[in-house]
Design a binder for this molecule. Sequence first.
Ligand code: MG
Length: 267
Amino acid sequence: MNKILSHLLMLTFVASMNLGCDREVKPTETEPNNDYMLYATLFHQQAAENIALSYQAFNIAKLMLNNSLRNAALTKKLAVVVDVDETVLDNSPYEARCIIENVNYPMYWKEWCEQASATPIAGSVDFLKYAESVGVEVFYITNRKEKYRAVTISNLNKYNFPFVDNDHLMMRTSESNKEPRRELVEKDHHIVLLIGDNLGDMLYGFDVSNNKSRIEMVDSLKSEFGSRFIMLPNAMYGLWANNLVGDNNDISKAEKIRLLKSGLTSF
Ligand SMILES: [Mg+2]
């Protein structure tokens, strides 16, 4: 009896083992999420180094502005041109929401802009108020669409940015090229500083779809940086990233990550 029972128990055990094998779930390829944006966004929100870089940019801007004020050859009014997003306003909470909810631009961009709650980039308000105090005009040239003009004005006013009015806030036109808008400012002003997080905020010539060419252009203009061109860091997005993945929102995340990895230089 005991032998039969133990035999039955053995059969049951073996059967359950087989059943276990059948049930084993092999890991499947799952669609990646937006976690690839974590480090870049956290750099903007958590790294004191990022804040230091912003202060550094605006401290250098002040030194250069003071130099321009001593330049007697500049006969027209002086102007400083700044970009808005990631230059004077911090949109990292928008990027954070995209990560948390696994969505991408343009989802929620309208809601974020209409909230008008982006906080100033460190050092930006003080520097621009300083410019105003020494008689230098500030122009905001942004590629935010015209429909966001009122909410952008409201956001900038919330933090007491100077020169926040329709004449000094130049929204995106039919094109993203900022050169025509800079030319409008240059009619009556010397633009002594261009401040931005994207090279296109300095010169349209940088807006090319090849990162190697952009790097070569920066090399060829190296003396302009920290002089007339003041760069702010933006690790979250930019033409540099579009150039790697293309401007196509329809590609899968897996493909996007594959393209991003293809941009790596290893050893
Ligand atoms: Mg920008």
